[in-house]
Ligand binder design. Structure first.
Ligand code: AOF
Ligand code: ZN
Length: 369
């Protein structure tokens, strides 16, 4: 529905609040709630880190008596179920809120429309669908896992001015500058899992952690597609597996009929002993892998490379958002060509904008989900 300027303004603020804990409330969505009385914000809440308490009781507690007759703006329909916390709809009723403005209705089968019904039955005026598009964007990962049973997939690529993502045999080379790298760190912190192919894991020996000031400790699970379990025990990923989880996706276990199989099993045992989780699932079948990740509670997945892995997810139609960074440098001879550039973005993606980040350019694309 179309929103009044005030409703749009306050919902925007609730969305901004909700985004503060993005990626830190899994498997719960990070919801934002504000309580407004006579045009003044008297309470604010965002789903707590870890997923509870929910946003509404926190905002109500801050508002206290001022919540009576006030308007609550909430990015997701207030819950109606007795889960690990009492229903938020009940709390809104108990505090005497006069009106509730909702952006997105909750697809969770325990809630889905019941939250709104509870509020209306208690005589509260409810308006839903305010700034719904923006609200859905802020809850995209939660909504994807709930409705499509797979994580929301973001593909990030850093491309040189001559269209390369690296140089063969040289491991990690800088393509983008510090400002872009800081943005990527923030993105990692907002994401449940980060994924690379074994080629990148071996060539770059990446850590794939969050190392920005204040965001340490918010590293996502690190996933490597590694059909034959080739990830070296001496890699930085394996060496840090006890600090930040590493999951290796390998092919189904081989049959015990030749020495390759014995080697595979020995490698699996060594990775297990190093604290790496080996998951058996065809690494070339995102249609099998993504639901498996979702059922483990992973709602968002950042695909960071390399070219083959990017193509695997793109060609299967599993990418929901593309972040294409372009640096000013030239890689030239021996370069590894980008799997994607601005001229061949798959159909269905909308160009969200071009942004200047330090000396780099970012083009952002999203498709409707
Ligand atoms: C709200 N406000 O801030 C959030 C909600 O496991 P539980 O009991 O915490 O319930 C999880 C469900 O609660 C989740 O699937 C979604 O429906 C809702 N999340 N609801 O009213 C909030 N985070
Ligand atoms: Zn709730």
């Amino acid at each position: 529905m179309s929103a009044s300027p005030d409703d749009a303004h306050f919902m925007q603020e609730a969305i901004r609040l909700g985004l503060l804990h993005l990626g830190q409330t899994s498997t719960n969505p990070s919801v934002g709630c504000i309580i407004v009385r006579e045009g003044e914000i008297v309470g604010r809440g965002v789903t707590a880190i870890g997923g509870r308490p929910h946003a509404e009781p926190q905002a109500l507690a801050e508002a206290g008596d001022l919540a009576r007759g006030a308007t609550a703006y909430v990015t997701l329909e207030p819950c109606s179920h007795h889960g690990k916390t009492p229903p938020c709809a009940e709390a809104l009723i108990a505090y005497g809120v006069g009106r509730v403005v909702i952006s997105v209705t909750d697809p969770d089968a325990r809630v889905s429309g019941r939250g709104i019904a509870m509020l209306r039955d208690a005589g509260i005026e409810v308006d839903a669908g305010i700034l719904e598009k923006e609200g859905k964007r802020s809850l995209a990962a939660y909504l994807m896992r709930q409705t499509k049973h797979r994580p929301y997939v973001i593909l990030k690529l850093a491309v040189s001015a001559d269209g390369m993502i690296g140089r063969r045999g040289e491991g990690q080379i800088a393509i983008t500058g510090p400002a872009a790298r800081a943005e990527v760190m923030k993105l990692r912190a907002q994401t449940d899992a980060i994924l690379v192919g074994i080629g990148t894991a071996i060539a770059d020996d990446p850590l794939l952690t969050v190392r920005s000031l204040g965001l340490e400790g918010q590293s996502p699970i690190r996933i490597v597609l590694d059909e034959k379990l080739s990830l070296p025990l001496s890699s930085r990923l394996v060496e840090t597996a006890r600090d930040v989880p590493v999951m290796v996706v390998a092919a189904e276990p081989p049959h015990f009929d030749n020495s390759d199989d014995a080697e595979f099993l020995a490698r699996r045992a060594a990775l297990d002993a190093a604290g790496v989780e080996v998951v058996q699932c065809n690494p070339y079948r995102p249609d099998e892998l993504l639901p498996a990740l979702a059922s483990r509670g992973i709602s968002s997945l950042l695909v960071e490379g390399g070219a083959k892995t990017a193509r695997l997810f793109l060609d299967g139609g599993y990418v929901d958002r593309i972040l294409l960074y372009q640096g000013p440098g030239i890689i030239g001879d021996g370069g590894i060509e980008t799997p994607l550039d601005r001229t061949d973005i798959p159909s269905g993606f909308i160009h969200m904008g071009t942004f200047i980040v330090g000396d780099d350019r970012l083009d952002e694309y999203e498709r409707d989900v």
